[in-house]
Design a protein around this ligand. Structure first.
Ligand code: ATP
Length: 234
């Protein structure tokens, strides 16, 4: 579904990604693991068209995404939930979800998708008239994910969805991420909580200073000494 081949990204001549290649197949949850500054967010931003690769290719179902605008990338089926959620805190829950569908004009289907999202996140239905800024951190994260789902993505990019959440809430968000694959959305998950990420992912890639240094199934990665030392604090 998504293929990155030898992708490089630079900020003012400093290379943040130094030729990364990875693949995500339909229906998978793939995680990208790495320390602060490794280039994880840059990878997501390159996929969603916010930064442009200086070389290499990003292909989504054989369509070349390089140089495509972010709007067209959303239309092609890729949505991103940015780190820090960025919900519209003065608008209601429902209004935030409506904004997620702003590039669509299939009004009947949008109505159905509201119901689908409310079935994955019942709390958003209960609070649909509530001002988003008054939701708890976990609820805001659900709203950010729900809003991205309103664009009906084929591929959802999640940037550190657990950041700043309490442990019980982390478990809830993780269950939701699994449920999303049940409604047919593929997931690329950037997460610092390596333990949890490897619990739900089908495969993982490890990024270190702009290079993929390891890839494998959660079992393979969990057996790796480098992973234990660097990311599991053992
Ligand atoms: P974090 O977990 O802290 O978000 P990350 O793995 O997502 O880290 P990136 O944010 O992609 O890493 O950053 C990769 C490198 O690019 C870092 O060295 C960072 O300082 C640099 N970088 C990121 N954004 C910019 C920018 N707008 N201008 C210049 N350098 C940047």
């Amino acid at each position: 579904m998504l293929k990155l081949a030898d992708v490089c990204v630079s900020y003012n001549h400093i290379e943040a990604l130094k030729g990364i290649s990875l693949e995500i197949k339909k229906g998978e949850i793939v995680t990208l693991i790495g320390a602060n500054g490794a280039g994880k967010t840059t990878t997501l931003m390159a996929i969603s068209g916010i930064v442009q690769p200086t070389s290499g290719e990003i292909k989504f179902n054989d369509i070349l995404l390089n140089n495509m605008s972010s709007d067209n990338i959303v239309k092609a089926g890729i949505s991103q939930v940015p780190e820090g959620r960025h919900i519209f805190s003065k608008l209601t829950v429902k209004e935030n979800l409506e904004i997620g569908a702003f590039l669509r004009n299939d009004h009947k289907e949008i109505k159905n998708d509201f119901e689908k999202i409310y079935s994955v996140f019942p709390v958003l239905k209960e609070r649909n008239k509530q001002i988003a800024g008054t939701l708890s951190g976990g609820e805001q994260q659900m709203l950010a994910i729900g809003r991205a789902l309103m664009a009906r993505p084929i591929l959802l990019l999640l940037d550190e969805p657990l950041l700043g959440l309490a442990p019980q809430v982390e478990q809830m968000i993780f269950k939701v991420i699994k449920d999303i694959t049940q409604i047919g959305t593929t997931i690329f998950l950037v997460e610092q909580n390596v333990h949890l990420a490897l619990k739900i992912a089908n495969r993982g890639y490890v990024l270190e200073t702009g290079r993929i240094v390891l890839e494998g199934t959660p079992d393979e990665l969990l057996k790796n000494e480098r992973i234990h030392k660097a990311y599991l604090g053992e």
